[in-house]
Design a protein around this ligand. Structure first.
Ligand SMILES: [Fe+2]
Length: 159
């Protein structure tokens, strides 16, 4: 850890780093789920959802890199193996081959709800650690998913 190099207290930052690594692992599962949906979606909404899933996995990829590099900035190595991702993630993999298009959207909404919950927890932890940088970054990720949750729920007609 070298949080002190950026005027943060190591002990306070440790839970931030641990939670960032958890979020990173979950994001990898979410990312691959989006790719599966992008590849395997079928039906009348193909052109809409194929593009939407691509938009979302592209955003997830950027998020993954920002999370990993924030962990490094705070002085620890990020998880970087699939073994770690699968072992750590709360989100579970799903089979997207043959999955109905609306069920794909519902699976992504569920993922986002879990990720948002984790991010809210991280916002509290970063607040306690005085880590405004991580707080600001995670807040951005959360707002992106909050908005997309609304759009995806509108797509499947859920209030
Ligand atoms: Fe593609």
């Amino acid at each position: 850890m070298n949080a002190k190099e950026i005027s943060l207290e190591e002990k306070a930052v440790k839970p931030v780093v641990d939670h960032l690594n958890d979020l990173l692992a979950n994001y990898h599962i979410h990312y691959q789920k989006l790719r599966g949906c992008h590849w395997n979606v079928k039906g009348q909404s193909f052109f809409t959802l194929h593009v939407k899933f691509e938009e979302l996995y592209t955003a997830a990829l950027t998020t993954i890199d920002e999370l990993a590099e924030r962990i490094l900035t705070l002085g620890k190595p990020p998880y970087s193996t699939f073994k770690d991702y699968i072992g750590t993630s709360t989100l579970k993999e799903i089979q997207t081959i043959g999955l109905k298009d609306t069920d794909m959207v519902k699976a992504i909404i569920e993922d986002m709800a879990t990720l948002i919950e984790m991010e809210r927890e991280l916002l509290e932890i970063t607040d306690k650690a005085g880590d405004d940088g991580t707080n600001d970054m995670v807040n951005r990720f959360m707002q992106f998913k909050e908005k997309n949750t609304w759009m995806l729920r509108s797509f499947v007609n859920e209030d």
